[in-house]
Design a protein around this ligand. Structure first.
Ligand code: G
Ligand code: G
Ligand code: MN
Ligand code: NA
Length: 254
């Protein structure tokens, strides 16, 4: 409860920021886009992980305001980076939690930032986990369909870890699948290559783009690329960056 009070105050005092982790095209190593990740630097406790405060924000309802902040900030940064690089295919993926989809007028918020920052709709992606649509699958499917109608991308995060991963692909209009880190990080299981290959093949056959998270070695990056995996997102390529570092990384390319 104390932390919840702090979180509300943190929001009012602008202690929340976004970090941006590059998403790399495995084909040529360039930065194809970023995932926006919320950060809280608590005045006394230091950095607090979103794994800790996002669930809290969901319970208290503050996730609505935090989500609007993240969407707005991410869109603003993306429009700046489109301008400085001249590359409007650069994309930004923003995490959205279930509570936001159901409670917030997410669709009009998305329309607002697309217009305000004159973003090509396809350069904005919303990223969600499988647990997202558990409570209200009918409504979620309708809302997600309207987001897709705007031309905005939808990524299924943490793919392969929930029991209903495959059912989700049939039910909801995702265009990108993010392979969960646990398939790559600290994973030397003998079945791993077969499972990765199957996921990539299936995703390709479904016409989905694929991001592999948590790639640990150049060898893994190379074999994923050969399998047909489009993108990698991991510390191997880059940690999450602040906005200035991200801008520098974009301008430093080639
Ligand atoms: O960046 P880090 O590993 O600490 O992120 C932990 C988790 O927090 C990730 O799974 C991510 O999906 C989630 N997260 C990060 N930023 C946001 C956000 O803006 N909104 C929501 N709902 N979740 C976020
Ligand atoms: O659940 P989600 O995929 O949104 O979580 C993304 C989080 O995973 C980011 O906060 C990021 O810090 C973290 N992350 C990304 N790449 C790596 C990696 O290679 N190793 C580890 N340990 N964490 C990573
Ligand atoms: Mn994510
Ligand atoms: Na993930």
């Amino acid at each position: 409860i104390a932390l919840e009070t702090d979180l509300r105050r943190a929001f009012d005092r602008h202690e929340l920021t976004l970090a941006f982790q590059p998403i790399i095209a495995l084909e040529d190593g360039r930065i194809a886009g970023f995932e926006a990740l919320i950060r809280w630097d608590h005045p006394r406790r230091g950095k607090i992980s979103p794994n800790e405060f996002v669930p809290l924000a969901e319970r208290s309802g503050l996730i609505i305001q935090i989500g609007q902040f993240a969407l707005e900030e991410a869109a603003k940064r993306l429009s700046d980076w489109h301008r400085v690089t001249g590359d409007t295919s650069l994309f930004m993926s923003v995490n959205v939690s279930s509570r936001q989809l159901i409670t917030q007028d997410l669709i009009s918020d998305v329309e607002t930032v697309l217009t305000r920052y004159r973003l090509p709709p396809a350069s904005l992606k919303l990223e969600m986990t499988e647990s997202l649509v558990m409570d209200n699958p009918e409504l979620s499917a309708q809302l997600l369909a309207r987001i897709v109608e705007l031309g905005v991308g939808l990524s299924l995060d943490d793919f392969g870890t929930g029991y209903s991963s495959l059912a989700y692909l049939m039910r909801f209009p995702f265009d990108t699948l993010k392979i969960d880190q646990s398939f790559l990080r600290h994973n030397a299981q003998p079945q791993r290559p077969v499972i990765l290959k199957s996921i990539v093949t299936m995703a390709q056959d479904l016409g989905l783009r694929i991001v592999a998270e948590g790639i640990e070695s150049r060898d893994d990056a190379a074999s994923l690329r050969e399998m047909g995996c489009d993108f990698g997102q991991s510390f191997l390529f880059s940690k999450p960056l602040n906005q200035e570092e991200a801008r520098q990384a974009l301008l430093a390319k080639d």
